[in-house]
Ligand binder design. Structure first.
Ligand code: PLP
Length: 395
């Protein structure tokens, strides 16, 4: 098959067929290549491959056919020139930052972020002499005001975990371009099925593929997308020598997940909107970009095809939040997201527990905050479960 033609396919076709490399057996479903090494017909061939003069695999830290198929499929869906898969979302975030930063550089990050992403910004980068500033991404002017001559990277999630802050992609990417700053967007809450940051001028899109891309809560996985030049010259020297590689089995699972990513992400978004409308009048505070009460509702609708399966709401205290969780019968208490199952968690005591009270308060992760991933069950069953749990907790 002419691989260049796959770029003309529409997204649903790319999701199902993109990146398929058939072996001589003609298998319909992509093959799982569980191999760490490769063999060669003669010594000259291996020398040519190591010299980069001949295409081909040499060692699975550098290339693996199953992983390469996943990478090609993700790049096609993202509209990116290139993609490299990683062992987990955090392996992807760490590699996307460390591959391009050195002591003396400065990073500006949105303060609302997944706990481990904030740990990278608040603890890891400063240990290596990289300065960091966190800003409130809801105020566009804060990005501009924080720029210094040594600012190298903007790093943010949109929508953010777990407060659903929405960053103005066009504004922030334009600002970055004007200052020669590289934009790294964590697109885990949306995925390419709902939002494509590269279309707004983002440079790098990094993923936890554990979430919606797997779609069924099975494996840890991550990915980084960017231009061919950036991947080859900036990411690969780091990745090839530090080895945050995804296992071929996990890559295969995610690749199969991608075939139904669009269907799942849109249906789960629909379910989350319906549940969100039901919950909003019952609770003191709602954080759902799909509802008009969200401060960036219009922006979210403008830059996303649908706002995703995750939202949060505040019930004022840890006691009340725990009472709701403990009353659930169908929805599971779980800190994962992107799963086909509806899952609910209390971020302050789980995903954001280790960041300290002050940082939690600053980013709006209150003691009464609950985050829900709405799955693919019949949404009426989920609504009934949340209804009875809210009633039991006095809402
Ligand atoms: C889960 C998550 C991560 C980390 O991904 P892992 O696959 O768990 O390592 C990073 N960013 C966001 C926004 C996430 O939701």
């Amino acid at each position: 098959m002419d691989r260049a033609k796959t770029r003309n396919w529409r997204p649903a076709t790319r999701a199902v067929r993109g990146g398929t490399w058939r072996s001589e057996h003609g298998e319909t479903s992509e093959a799982l290549f569980l191999t760490s090494g490769y063999t060669y017909d003669d010594a000259a061939t291996v020398a040519a491959r190591f010299a980069g003069e001949e295409e081909g695999m040499t060692y699975s830290r550098l290339q693996n056919p199953t992983v390469a198929m996943l990478e090609e499929r993700i790049a096609l869906l993202e509209g990116a020139e290139a993609c490299r898969a990683q062992a987990s979302g955090m392996a992807a975030m760490t590699a996307a930052l460390l591959c391009q930063l050195s002591a003396g550089d400065h990073v500006i990050a949105a303060r609302a972020a997944f706990g481990s992403c904030r740990w990278l910004v608040d603890n890891l980068l400063p240990r290596f002499g990289i300065e960091t500033t966190v800003i409130d991404s809801a105020e566009d002017a804060q990005w501009d005001a924080a720029i210094r001559p040594n600012t190298k990277v903007f790093f943010f999630e949109t929508p953010a975990n777990p407060t659903l802050d929405v960053v103005d992609l066009q504004y922030v990417c334009d600002l970055a371009k004007a200052h020669g700053i590289t934009t790294v967007v964590d697109n885990a809450f949306a995925t390419s099925a709902l939002q494509r940051p590269l279309n707004f001028g983002a440079d790098v899109v990094a993923y936890s593929a554990t979430k919606l891309m797997d779609g069924q809560g099975r494996v840890l996985a991550g990915a980084i997308c960017g231009s061919e030049e950036w991947i080859e010259e900036t990411l690969l020297p780091f990745q090839r020598n530090t080895g945050p590689n995804i296992a071929p089995f996990n890559a295969w699972v995610v690749m199969k997940g991608l075939e139904t990513l669009g269907l799942g992400a849109h249906k789960q978004s629909e379910n989350a909107l319906e549940l969100g409308k039901f919950v909003e009048p019952r609770v003191p505070r709602m954080l759902h970009p799909g509802l008009p009460s969200h401060p960036r509702h219009e922006l979210a609708l403008r830059q996303m095809d649908a706002v995703g399966p995750i939202f949060a709401f505040d019930v004022e205290s840890r006691e009340k939040a725990f009472a709701i969780l403990d009353a659930l019968e169908l929805v599971d208490i779980s800190n994962n997201i992107g799963d086909a199952r509806s899952l609910m968690c209390h971020p302050a005591s789980t995903t954001h527990a280790n960041m300290g009270e002050e940082a939690r308060a600053e980013m709006g992760v209150t003691e009464g905050l609950l985050r829900i991933n709405v799955g693919l069950e019949d949404v009426q069953d989920v609504i009934e479960d949340i209804d009875q749990a809210l009633k039991q907790a006095g809402f």
